[in-house]
Design a protein around this ligand. Sequence first.
Ligand code: PEP
Ligand code: MN
Length: 394
Amino acid sequence: MNATLVSADGWFPSSWRSRPARQMPSYGDPAAVAQVETRLGSAPPVVAIDDAASLRGALAALAEGRGFLLQGGDCAESFDDPVAEQVAGIVDLFDAMAARLSPVVNGGLIEVARIAGQFAKPRSAQHEEHDGLSLPAYRGDIVNGIGFDARSRQADPQRMIRAHMQSVGTAASLAAVRAGQPIFTSHEALLLPYEEPLTRRDCNGRWWATSGHMLWLGDRTRHVDGAHVEYLRGIENVVGVKCGPSLKADDLKLLVDRLDPLGQSGKLVLIARFGARRIEELLPPLLRAVRGRPVVWIVDPMHGNTSMAGKRKVRRLPDILEEIDAFFSICASEGVHPAGVHLEMSALDVTECIGGRGPASIDELDRNWLTACDPRLNRTQAIDLAAHVAALIR
Ligand code: PEP
Ligand code: MN
């Protein structure tokens, strides 16, 4: 590599390659992966660097105690998504939620969707078993197919090209539908062979991910010396960090130092996802560990409130609201700005989370269960949640 392209601290878009990379698919043919990476390297950006920079600017206010971040969307997008309808639906849902939140937010509502790149999924188990047959786990449409057969489950690098094309279309359509106040895009930065070639320089020589406006580090890949942290430390975008129950205060400090050594306001969004039962025990030490750093704290009340009923993931709205309530009250007693929520939600009338204006019990989940991965709030549950949050802000 040309030495002038390497930043002073040894970072380069491919520097993650010398670090242990968890949750990465094993592709059979490395030459085919390299070919795809080359193609992505000359493919158009999904988002404009200027727009990613304007999200960075907007988030600085949150670190200073003003404004609110509404982040949400599918757990995983799919190649089968009807893009125009999906975009119209999510914009309409953001509009309805913003109508509840904007009037009470002091300093402006910032809207970020999980969209136009949310295709890769971390998995707890490498394999999935049905009727005695064991196959590789589904890792999102950008990696393999959801069908339970050997062919679908084989990781195919060409899927990165298709995910990129769909993301370009989705982002363009999102920008066209919401031409005024933007809805920014975000996804988990999990599949690094996809992220690396879409990392581009601005006119000042700084590197930006152009796969989305905001990228986040998942709870399963946040090892400070791992490949994902290495990749994310070098980009200028807003970076989210999922903070789950196993995160220790000292490790969070190391992560914040590594990802934001200069202490830039609004660069890091720390996303608490402990579950209603554990947030009161686990969040305060983390808030104290990074006190004085210009980080933004938000809550993901979905991922820590998931249990299993047979093979089905179960989430209940009362637990979700309880974790949000606890987040606001802990922030109040610790003197931290409760700066936002991160949700899995659908614009459709899905039956994936129990409670409120949704299914009353596990038996009703089958009626319209559409998610490719985790259960999402349906439209009315999400709007009611926004009203609940508005009451907390007020
Ligand atoms: C997700 O946001 O879909 C996810 C997998 O979250 P986490 O990394 O917090 O488990
Ligand atoms: Mn999820």
